[in-house]
Design a protein around this ligand. Sequence first.
Ligand code: NAD
Length: 246
Amino acid sequence: MRLKGKVAIVTGAGQGIGAATALKFAREGAIVAVCDLNHDAVFGVVSACRDAGVAADGFSIDVSDRDAVDDMVAKVLAKHHRIDVLVNNAGITRDARLQKMTLKQFDDVIDVNLRGVFHVAQAVVDTMIEQRAGVILNASSVVGIYGNYGQTNYAAAKFGVIGFTKTWSRELGPKGIRVNAIAPGFIDTPILSTIPEDVMAKMREQVPLRRLGTPEEIANIYAFLASDEASYINGAVIEASGGMTL
Ligand code: NAD
């Protein structure tokens, strides 16, 4: 078990990549704080983590709400007295071309995908510094490296997440904290549910492996990066896209 006894917070863990990551962490022995906006989904994942034999707690909160984030972190600390890993995974899309994008679409994505990542990282960082150990993992995207049609807001946030990752790895590396990001390609989760099937077929064709990734394939990378096996990986952006950007 690669994460035995480590205390981990996973945001956006109610479904998709976050749920797969919470469950993978539990199977690797971590104590998991499952955080998501969706109350029912949170408690389903908590119960799956407990079935894996570890302690798990659910927090039905919005990562863009700083008070709620601080409250969650305080509760995790009160119970477990440390935080070893943060997976900043919560994210949304509100797509539109530049000419059509509303300020609300822009603000909603920045609030969750960028400000939310900042909130949770800032809420855990003092604890990690006191421990002189910790791992922060951020969800970027291939869109955060190459941009994407119709995703001005999402691209800005995902590029920003890479900026956070590189900045924090410089600031926090000397204090024993590693910070890395994953840039997934197309992963088969509900976030893609609004994309028509003909577009999905073209997306698969773009990938040399000729298929979408699974949430578990991204969860495996988070588990590796969270573990001591990745002890010399800091400030990295790991692309996991089946080669779609080649
Ligand atoms: P998803 O939509 O399946 O799951 C996201 C989860 O985040 C949901 O459970 C949702 O309720 C939760 N969430 C949304 N807003 C929240 C908020 N304000 N506070 C707390 N929780 C909130 O998405 P996914 O595909 O699993 O994506 C996970 C992350 O990976 C996202 O950051 C996404 O941008 C990124 N990503 C996904 C893909 C992909 O193809 N699926 C590709 C690249 C990057």
